[in-house]
Design a protein around this ligand. Structure first.
Ligand SMILES: NC(=O)C1=CN([C@@H]2O[C@H](COP(=O)(O)OP(=O)(O)OC[C@H]3O[C@@H](n4cnc5c(N)ncnc54)[C@H](O)[C@@H]3O)[C@@H](O)[C@H]2O)C=CC1
Ligand SMILES: Cc1cc2nc3c(=O)[nH]c(=O)nc-3n(C[C@H](O)[C@H](O)[C@H](O)COP(=O)(O)O)c2cc1C
Length: 170
């Protein structure tokens, strides 16, 4: 059981160590448009409201991909299945964009954002507002269409490693 320690300084590392205990779905978030095609791995994705359907994505402001998302104003959140572990590492590393996208099959959403074949779910979005918080930009995104596959197994990231969970209806 975790106990709060109010005396110890709350360092970045202690915060990260605690956050590492939160199991999270893994997504590859993509965009395309005048600023070019880009994509990155993200666990900081969350549903905000269903009226209007809105989710948020947090992206590091100094990442190579952040500006493309803001400039294109569209994105697709592709939720990964267990077979996408290698893809997650590619989109989460320093790999050039062409190599990231060459590792999977894609179609195009109505916004123009790339949709990952075999994703557990895909959310095609328009960025409705951006709020900057510290090192990250929070992209609030209105969902314009969704695609979801048959219930199967999901990929989660917890304890700094990947794991598989059953996403099937019981
Ligand atoms: N929200 C984010 O920007 C996240 C970034 N990452 C990046 O992926 C790499 C590997 O991460 P881990 O193996 O999990 O080890 P880690 O020790 O860097 O991160 C542990 C946990 O802390 C949180 N975290 C990490 N970096 C963060 C950041 N800059 N801002 C807000 N939260 C952050 C995440 O929940 C992450 O799972 C690192 O470079 C990390 O920065 C990973 C998860 C989330
Ligand atoms: C499992 C995992 C989750 C991640 N989640 C996020 C996230 O939510 N937001 C973020 O900005 N970066 C996140 N990252 C880091 C980016 O995917 C990584 O910095 C990526 O390389 C961005 O592309 P760039 O560095 O070429 O700009 C995550 C990485 C991994 C491996």
């Amino acid at each position: 059981m975790a106990e709060l320690d109010d005396d110890a300084p709350l360092t970045k590392q202690r915060y990260r160590d605690a956050m590492a205990n939160l199991a999270a779905a893994v997504n590859v978030v993509t965009t395309d448009g005048p600023a070019g095609r880009a994509g990155f791995t993200a666990t900081a994705v969350c549903s905000v409201t269903d009226e209007p359907p809105t989710l948020l994505v947090c992206v590091r402001r100094d990442s190579s991909v952040g500006e493309a998302f803001r400039a294109n104003g569209v994105l697709c959140v592709n939720t990964l299945a267990p077979e996408h572990k290698t893809l997650s590492a590619l989109f989460g590393g320093k790999t050039p964009a062409d190599e990231r996208f060459a590792a999977a099959e894609w179609s195009r959403a109505s916004t123009g954002a790339p949709v990952l074949s075999g994703a557990l779910a895909s959310f095609d979005c328009r960025v409705s507002s951006v709020v900057e918080v510290g090192t990250h930009a929070v992209l609030f995104c209105e969902v314009v269409s969704v695609g979801d596959g048959a219930p199967t197994e999901g990929l989660v990231y917890v304890g700094r490693r990947y794991d598989t969970v059953c996403a099937c209806a019981s």
